[in-house]
Design a protein around this ligand. Structure first.
Ligand SMILES: *Cc1c(COP(=O)(O)O)cnc(C)c1O
Length: 380
């Protein structure tokens, strides 16, 4: 699905040298590399504060802790996403409220979101799923009207630019009150282990978050709030510093591969290609940067998705089903308040979606082999 070795070859010299330097200086935790990466990411995202942490799941949890959410507060998120989002809501004894997604862009459905808001609702967690910005204008408008926090789960969307109705472009993760990301190796900006970060433009919240990641300490050995231990280590920061200057190039390579896939699939009636919308008014982001294709995900209709998965595996083509089970049907998150009729889209998508190999090193021959194998199978 990803080719991290090919990507490493192009940055090997810098990565090796900076890892070596971390070892020489032994500044393994909170060393200068972490601080430098933090500043470089702030500048890249155009966000005032980046708080590095240990992984993307922690980032979400710390964001919710920093906002002071309390047990019983309702937090709304999408039914069709990775479990980390709902997991931390539940861990903090907040009440997860899952809602359906939009069949076109796979992101949280605005009408369903609005319907789910109650007097107990305190926050919304939009996920920029597969790398496509969620409809932040409408989400922020709803949040303003109902006095809710917005926590952007940007683990799959780093580098994506959201175009507002007024034409302004903002990097995802810096639009809501707080944003989070993951540097898991296969993410668009991945390190060589675990890593994550939290973003905010709010000075007070940033101060709170910096304490929470460090055992609730603002002054050494003075624990003012309950915190956690969640750090980005210096070796990972060194890797990320080598990769951040290439992130736009990486995302362009992903977008180009996505365009080639979609061109090959055009007109095949069993296949729905990703046609996420954005407010620039286009259908597949040819003119804007709202999709960074963390995944290239098709819907297979009137054909057998599971048989296609097997066929691709038999032909040594990696593929993935993200995600095979709606969160509201997972044992850990099932809730008698949920009504199947409210999850029509997610229930359908889990049977139709398939993600094809997507990374920065895909070449034309690979894309041709993959698309031909898929098309031959679904049209036979
Ligand atoms: C990867 C991911 C996370 C979790 O990140 P980790 O670094 O693996 O903890 C959270 N949310 C989404 C949408 C993700 O894709």
């Amino acid at each position: 699905m990803v080719d991290l070795k090919g990507q490493y070859a192009a940055i090997k010299e810098r990565v090796d040298a900076s890892i070596q330097e971390v070892i020489e200086t032994t500044a393994f935790i909170n060393g200068p590399e972490v601080k430098a990466f933090q500043e470089e990411l702030e500048s890249y995202l155009g966000v005032k504060h980046v708080i590095p942490c240990a992984n993307g799941t922690d980032a979400l949890q710390i964001a919710m802790m920093g906002l002071g959410l309390k047990p019983g507060d309702e937090v709304i998120t999408a039914d069709f996403t990775f479990a980390a989002t709902v997991e931390v809501i539940a861990l903090l004894q907040l009440t997860p409220v899952l809602v359906d997604v939009d069949p076109v862009n796979f992101n949280i459905d605005i009408a369903a979101l609005e319907k789910a808001i109650t007097p107990k609702t305190k926050a919304i967690v939009p996920v920029h799923l597969f790398g496509l910005a969620a409809n932040m204008d409408e989400i922020m408008e709803l949040a303003d009207r109902h006095n809710l926090y917005v926590i952007e789960d940007n683990a799959q969307g780093i580098g994506s630019k959201y175009t507002s109705k007024d034409g302004t472009k903002t990097m995802t993760g810096g639009i809501g009150h707080v944003g989070s990301t993951s540097f898991f190796p296969s993410k668009n900006l991945g390190c060589y282990g675990d890593g994550g970060a939290i973003f905010t433009n709010d000075d007070d919240l940033a101060h709170t978050l910096r304490g929470i990641v460090n055992h609730g300490m603002y002054i050494r050995y003075h624990h003012d709030v309950v915190g956690v231990n969640s750090r980005l280590d210096s070796i990972q920061a060194a890797v990320l510093r080598a990769k951040l200057p290439k992130l736009n190039e990486y995302n362009t390579a992903r977008r180009n591969a996505a365009r080639k896939y979609s061109a090959a699939f055009a007109g095949v009636e069993q296949i729905v290609t990703p046609t996420g919308y954005c407010n620039a008014g286009n259908t597949i982001c040819d003119t804007c940067d709202c999709h960074v294709f963390h995944q290239y995900t098709l819907r297979i209709i009137n054909s057998d998705r599971d048989a296609l998965v097997k066929h691709l595996n038999d032909n040594d083509i990696p593929c993935g089903v993200y995600y095979p089970i709606p969160l509201h049907l997972q044992k850990a998150y099932a809730d008698s308040r949920y009504n199947e009729a409210d999850f029509k889209v997610t229930n359908q998508l889990v049977k139709e979606v398939i993600s094809l190999p997507m990374h920065t090193e895909l070449d034309d021959d690979q894309i041709e082999f993959i698309t031909k194998t898929v098309i031959d199978f679904v049209t036979k």
